[in-house]
Design a protein around this ligand. Structure first.
Ligand code: BGC
Length: 600
């Protein structure tokens, strides 16, 4: 069977649409009067990444004239390039002509000084680099290059400034950057005081498919095959992302997230992301996957980035619950438990990546409806400890844990608590809760953190929660507890998580975008993060042949009746889904529609 082509969508921006740096409010371009009598500039316009319909660019202006206190750089595209998103400048486009204006914190540029901004764009045909620029209305000597070269600003401005430098700058260069320059030393919580990396490839997908309101959010980059380290299928590789992250950081702290996801015998209790390495291939994992990643991340060019590694979703939780003696056990998980390659691989990754001072390792810890039962909770902490002390790793190589990776469990269930009773009966006995000790991620993550510290992990560890797709908004969202007729009416009428069963995980119908990435949202939590990029499929709804290590899991088929791991319930999956990781437009639209908090 042929692999379906997932169409990339180009960003559809109306001519003249305003595109702004992350979080900034679009403002009409302020025309800046020409500056001091000695104007001059050179510009290095560098295409940092490029794929079939999109590209990223980094632009560095060198001020070869006298000091300026704000700037506007202008250029014209030769082709149909459209800026879709920018950072460190307010970028506006009208037809082919583009202007990038300074922000409050980077307007001042000394004589001989430089300033950098970046943007993502869409294009078709060729992506010629612009060759002439103006700075504050005056032509620059420099020209753009496609790959980082620059030319000197030796040509004097052809047009003398029309306005004498009598007008003081509208924004005096007194406002310091909101965050201090990055020092490069490991901090307690890497998310505090840092911006988040915007993956240009995801951003272009999102903004091209009706999601421009979230396209400037930070999402993780999944290294789900050895080939993704260099860049597979025309996509950016690890180095390209890190280079882009350095450009986006622009000297300030920035957090960039990678998912380490290629264990031998991966995804032993499911098939949708089965992986490329056989159960025994620990050698390839260590030396052809982890070693090259560690070597690239150790480049001094990246020493000031805060690199967050999400270590191996689902693997250790599967050893806890699906390896033997439990209803959902699989032979594949029993094999991985017996050969120890999950613990060895995770330990190796933690040790190798943990040896770098610019990395932060977070181990995947399932979610509340996986490990929240007494029978799984304490054993899970022991399993994590075992892995974190394998292959030379120590607990100090672990900065924290993440829950809900790529899952749909609510961060907080607002309308009922696990301690509630209905007519004297505990909600724990309801069908939905099924004797779990937790009903949502935040309570689970907080309790798990204490358990992990008690078994020997550092007391400073922090938890992350993947909130990309757990918002459960939209018109079906309950606003109060259910009727007190029974524990089931009470829980089912009030829960915002509207899955058929909490064991369902594939492309869930009715789900919405959750809380936006947020640093330190609660005690013990380092951040809410978007690890599974919203819009990317969890798995295909029918078998599709491929070379990406993706199998077909019936949990992604809406017509399947379920298995022991979801109480033999319907799967709640959306129909017609593509392979795991491929863009799933219908799901993305629903996620945007059902976002909570709603998107404006
Ligand atoms: C897939 C990966 C993909 C990731 C993010 C996983 O389920 O196996 O290939 O990169 O999701 O979408």
């Amino acid at each position: 069977m042929a692999v379906p082509i997932v169409r990339r969508r180009t960003a559809a921006l109306a001519a003249g649409a305003l595109v702004v740096a992350s979080g900034a409010v679009a403002a009409a371009l302020s025309t800046t009067s020409a500056e001091a009598a000695t104007s001059g500039c050179s510009v290095n316009y560098s295409v940092t990444s490029q794929w079939d319909v999109g590209f990223g660019a980094s632009v560095t202006i060198t001020n070869t004239g006298s000091a300026i206190s704000n700037w506007t750089l202008g250029w014209s595209f030769a082709g149909n390039q459209k800026v879709t998103q920018g950072w460190n400048a307010t970028i506006t486009q009208s037809g082919a002509s583009v202007t990038a204006a300074s922000l409050s914190y980077n307007g001042a540029v000394a004589s001989g000084g430089t300033v950098n901004f970046g943007f993502n764009g869409s294009y078709s045909g060729s992506n010629a680099v612009p060759t002439s620029f103006t700075l504050n209305g005056v032509a620059c000597g420099g020209t753009g290059t496609g790959s980082g070269g620059s030319t000197g600003g030796t040509t004097p401005p052809t047009t003398p400034p029309t306005t004498p430098p009598t007008t003081p700058p509208t924004t005096p260069p007194t406002t310091p950057p909101t965050t201090p320059p990055s020092s490069g030393a490991r901090v307690d919580n890497p998310y505090v005081g840092a911006k988040g990396y915007v993956n240009p490839e995801w951003s272009a997908e999102a903004s091209g498919d009706g999601g421009s309101s979230i396209a400037n959010q930070s999402t993780a980059v999944w290294l789900d095959r050895i080939a993704t380290i260099q860049g597979a299928d025309g996509k950016m590789g690890l180095k390209a992302h890190l280079d882009e992250a350095v450009a986006q950081a622009n000297g300030q702290p920035l957090t960039v997230e990678f998912v380490i996801y290629d264990l031998p015998g991966r995804d032993c209790a499911a098939l949708a992301s089965n992986g490329e390495l056989s159960a025994t291939d620990i050698d390839t994992y260590e030396h052809s996957y982890i070693d090259p990643i560690a070597s690239i991340m150790s480049d001094p060019a990246y020493s000031k980035l805060r690199i967050v590694n999400i270590v191996e979703p689902d693997s250790l939780p599967n050893i806890v619950t699906n390896a033997s003696g439990q209803a959902g056990a699989t032979d594949a998980c029993a094999t991985m438990k017996a050969n120890g390659n999950y613990e060895k691989g995770v330990g190796y990754a933690l040790a190798k990546l943990g040896a770098l001072s610019n990395t932060y390792n977070y181990i995947d810890a399932g979610h509340h409806a996986w490990l929240g039962w007494d029978s799984n909770f304490a054993p899970a902490a022991q399993e994590f400890l075992k892995a974190a002390t394998s292959s030379g790793a120590t607990v100090h190589d672990v900065q924290g844990f993440i829950t809900n990776t790529a899952n749909y469990s609510a961060t907080v269930e607002p309308n009922f608590k696990v301690t509630d009773n209905v007519n004297g009966t505990s909600v724990r006995s309801s069908k939905w809760v099924d004797w779990n000790n937790y009903v949502d991620e935040q309570s689970y993550a907080t309790a798990l953190r204490s358990e992990l510290v008690s078994v020997g992990f550092d007391s400073g560890i922090g938890m992350l929660i993947d909130t990309g797709r757990n918002g459960w908004g939209g018109s079906g969202r309950p606003t109060s507890a259910g009727a007190t007729t029974s524990v089931d009416t009470y829980v089912d009428g009030g829960r915002i998580d509207r899955r058929v069963h909490a064991g369902n995980w594939c492309n869930q119908s009715g789900a919405g975008i959750g809380a936006r990435p947020t640093a330190a949202p609660a005690a013990g939590l380092d951040a809410y993060v978007w690890i599974k990029p919203p819009g990317e499929s969890d798995g295909s709804s029918q078998a599709i042949s491929n070379d990406e290590g993706k199998g077909f899991d019936q949990m992604c088929d809406p017509t399947y009746g379920g298995n022991a791991r979801n109480g033999n319930n319907p799967t709640g999956a959306l129909a017609n889904s593509p392979l795991a990781g491929h863009w799933f437009s219908a799901q993305f639209h629903q996620l945007v529609q059902n976002a909570y908090p709603p998107l404006s």
